[in-house]
Design a protein. Structure first.
Length: 237
């Protein structure tokens, strides 16, 4: 029974990490290439090949940058955990009485009687590893991260960015004029942003309709600004 519970808990954590990575990668993947393509459409108009060439280059660069960011975040989390773990082992050896009192305080804060807290404390401190694990979780609030988390995060975020980025770019492969591609891209991307925003908001407990509309407005504002700036610069020349 206990083993089943642990496996379920681990699966839940991994699922949460995966969803978080997808949200991070897809959010930027849908918005940034869409804005870039819109801006280029306003500048080059008829030269549709330039839009998708630049778009592919941006998706490649963006996915690498986002993936690297995810990797560094994962490594930082792992390094922070290992640093705190090392400190806790040192304190268990060199500040033993202080650490025993901290264990006792955790149990008292849970509402246990002094006698029960004392018995539980004596049981915990019999084994240093169990003791340190207890303090890491219940004093510092730290869960041991997946040692492969950094690499998984880099891959998940990078791939999500690529998938998201190809959505607004794909219409440009099938049209002969950049502005024509922009019209199709805008419809498809805004619908995808709405769907993405809806499910993202449900995951985070925000009103899904309001959350979806906010995501759509951000994407539309970014693309509109890029298009307007490009047209203004083109007009100035």
């Amino acid at each position: 029974m206990n083993d089943t519970h642990l496996h379920h808990h681990e699966a839940h954590l991994q699922s949460s990490d995966l969803l978080k990575d997808i949200v991070i990668g897809m959010s930027d993947g849908l918005t940034v290439p869409f804005a870039l393509a819109a801006g280029l459409s306003g500048a080059v108009q008829g030269n549709v090949s330039l839009v998708w060439i630049a778009g592919i280059a941006e998706i490649a660069a963006g996915s690498i940058a986002m993936g690297l960011g995810g990797y560094l975040a994962g490594k930082t989390e792992q390094d922070h955990y290992n640093s705190e773990l090392k400190n806790e082992y040192w304190e268990v050896v060199n500040k033993r009485e202080v650490e025993i009192e901290e264990v006792r305080k955790v149990f008292i804060d849970w509402g246990l009687s002094k006698q029960t807290a004392e018995e539980a404390t004596r049981e915990i401190i019999k084994d240093d590893k169990r003791w340190v694990d207890f303090m890491m979780k219940h004093e510092l609030g730290l869960e041991e991260p997946d040692p492969k988390r950094a690499g998984k995060s880099a891959f998940n975020i990078g791939m999500s960015y690529i998938v998201g980025g190809l959505i607004p770019l794909t219409p440009y492969f099938f049209v002969g004029h950049a502005l024509e591609g922009l019209k199709i891209s805008a419809v498809i991307t805004l619908v995808c942003l709405f769907v993405f925003g809806y499910f993202k908001s449900r995951m985070t407990g925000v009103n899904p309709i309001i959350g979806a509309l906010k995501v759509v407005m951000i994407g539309a504002a970014a693309a509109g600004a890029a298009f307007g700036i490009a047209k203004a610069i083109e007009g100035g020349h």
